[in-house]
Design a protein around this ligand. Structure first.
Ligand code: UDP
Length: 238
């Protein structure tokens, strides 16, 4: 793809976003920086940016094959990918299959408890407010998205869960929960954006329940790089 990287538009905790010579596209660049607890814990996970870039792109391609529209266009290098330029909807869209993390804490449920059905929850993407939970009524009242867009986001999230859950089961991994983000194309279409990686999903080994995701960093469990490498090894051998 003949596209030039131009000025940096944004630097987040794990990625940078650049404008390009074509206004319809951005280039994202994945970093090794890791943060947790809204930036309170900081560190580096060597090689994470490369794994998250490649893994996200594989997941986006799998989802596209299954009829999910994503921002993925083309991988440029180990850490860089061309994506469609979208306006990110300021919501963290979280699906859970098994209780863990903040859900377990909030409701006093042991981690690892299988949920009767997948749950969907939203947080407002606002670091200054600590990403507070937000419900459908609040989202509509604040005009963050319209009702049809909210429906589209719900459908998108459950579809992503169906596709990913099945895929990861095939490589011996339980998809416990994950966070996705949605973006709006200039014509208003809602598509899947951001990333799908061990930074944004909880992955447990299907046999041992060993954690193969960012919880190893968040909770100082050790073998952080190894977990990211192991996830990448499994999906590329799939
Ligand atoms: N998550 C994320 N970014 C966030 C918050 C959560 O990617 O800012 C992911 C997290 O990795 C997990 C899922 O969303 O896979 C649910 O996270 P939870 O609400 O349990 O929050 P946590 O326990 O990580 O604070």
């Amino acid at each position: 793809m003949d596209i030039k990287k131009m000025n940096q538009l944004y630097e987040g905790k794990a990625k940078k976003v650049f404008a390009t010579s074509d206004p319809s596209y951005y280039i994202v660049e994945y970093k090794d920086d890791a943060t947790a607890f809204n930036g309170v814990k900081r560190g580096t996970i060597a090689g994470k940016g490369v794994i998250n870039n490649k893994m996200s792109n594989l997941m986006f391609q799998l989802l596209e094959k299954n009829g999910v529209k994503t921002h993925y266009v083309e991988q440029l290098s180990d850490r860089e990918t061309v994506v469609k330029a979208v306006k990110i909807v300021p919501l963290e869209i979280i699906i859970r299959n098994v209780a863990a993390g903040s859900f377990s804490k909030r409701y006093g449920v042991e981690e690892g408890r299988q949920l009767k059905n997948p749950t969907l929850e939203f947080s407002l993407k606002d670091d200054a407010l600590n990403d507070p939970l937000i419900n459908d009524s609040h989202i509509l009242a604040l005009d963050i998205v319209s009702e049809p867009e909210l429906d589209a986001i719900r459908k998108l999230a459950y579809k992503v869960n169906d596709v990913l859950k099945e895929f990861f089961a095939g490589v011996g991994v339980k998809l416990i929960d994950f966070k996705i983000e949605a973006g709006r194309l200039p014509d208003g279409t809602i598509i899947l954006a951001d990333e799908i990686s061990p930074d944004t999903c909880r992955f447990w080994d299907a046999k041992t329940n060993e954690k193969l995701d960012k919880d190893r960093f968040r909770r100082d469990l050790g073998n952080v790089e190894e977990a990211y490498n192991e996830m990448f090894r499994r999906i590329t051998n799939a």
